[in-house]
Design a protein around this ligand. Structure first.
Ligand SMILES: Nc1nc2c(ncn2[C@@H]2O[C@H](COP(=O)(O)OP(=O)(O)OP(=O)(O)O)[C@@H](O)[C@H]2O)c(=O)[nH]1
Ligand SMILES: [Mg+2]
Length: 250
């Protein structure tokens, strides 16, 4: 039994990848998959959820009581946190080899508020848990965007305390080529930066690159696309590697 938690910035493809990777696991490996929706604000999801947090609260319902969209999302996260034992018990009770967990649209609701770390603490008591951090090429197509995109999975690892693997999604889009070029060799990226930019931003960015290099020595990043289906077996292999490294068995 394994929990796989999909995390990333708004619109990076969490919901679509949860669905497409789940179908790949079912069809290619013949495994049982449970789909879990933790997004209280979503309207339509492509998979049939085995557990849906909207049974506790929805953003729409809170907005009917007069909250604005951001206030409603924050309140929803608090309500989920108040019910975290029940939520994680229901997920724990699902009988399947893989539980794919789709998190709220806004990453800060899950990562920076107590809900995400509390949820991870609960579910990882019962089964190995790994997070898939999804990089959106649209946010990584300039140097500072790229470095920020590489730092976020490190922050995710730090905040959640579980293995985090990174994927660059939307591999079918042309923007991904630039991200790939940069990420293949961070040292080249640093030299390029030094030659093109000046001042504090160069110092900061090169320190961040060093940090990413240092913390990502053994990390492989794979490309996925929910449009073409590419990268699913690579993603599966990467999850396997991450769990082997931290000693958890699948
Ligand atoms: N071209 C392309 N588009 C993608 C891919 N993955 C997701 N998208 C598109 O990106 C948009 C957002 O996808 P979602 O799966 O809803 O992303 P999300 O991270 O769950 O979004 P929120 O939960 O709203 O933050 C949709 O229009 C998807 O069709 C991909 O691999 N390639
Ligand atoms: Mg979503």
């Amino acid at each position: 039994m394994l929990n796989i938690v999909f995390i990333g910035t708004a619109g990076c493809g969490k919901t679509s990848l949860t669905y497409v990777f789940g179908k790949w696991l079912e069809h290619e490996l013949g495994t049982d998959v449970s789909y879990v929706n933790l997004d209280p604000g979503v309207h339509r999801i492509p998979y049939n959820p085995s557990y849906d947090v909207r049974e506790i609260i929805t953003v729409d319902r809170l907005m009917k009581y007069g909250l604005g969209p951001n206030g409603a999302m924050i309140r929803a996260a608090e309500i989920i946190e108040e019910n975290i034992s029940e939520v994680s018990r229901k997920i724990y009770n699902l009988e399947s080899d893989f539980k794919l967990i789709d998190t709220p649209g806004q990453i800060e609701l899950f990562l920076f508020r107590p809900m995400g770390p509390r949820f991870i603490e609960e579910i990882s008591k019962h089964a190995p848990t790994v997070s898939v951090y999804i990089i959106d090429p649209a946010l990584a197509s300039d140097l500072s965007g790229l470095v920020t995109s590489f730092l976020l999975p490190i922050i995710t690892r730090f905040r959640l305390g579980i293995p985090v693997i990174s994927v660059i999604n939307k591999a079918d889009l042309p923007e991904v080529r630039k991200v790939e070029e940069f990420s293949i060799d961070l040292r080249n990226l640093k030299e390029k930066l030094m030659s093109e930019e000046r001042g504090l931003i160069v110092d900061l960015t090169s320190k961040f690159i060093e940090l990413v290099e240092e913390l990502s020595k053994t990390v492989r990043i794979v490309k996925t696309s929910v449009k073409t289906g590419e990268g699913m077996s690579d993603l599966y292999a990467l999850i396997h590697e991450a769990l082997c490294e931290c000693g958890d068995l699948m």
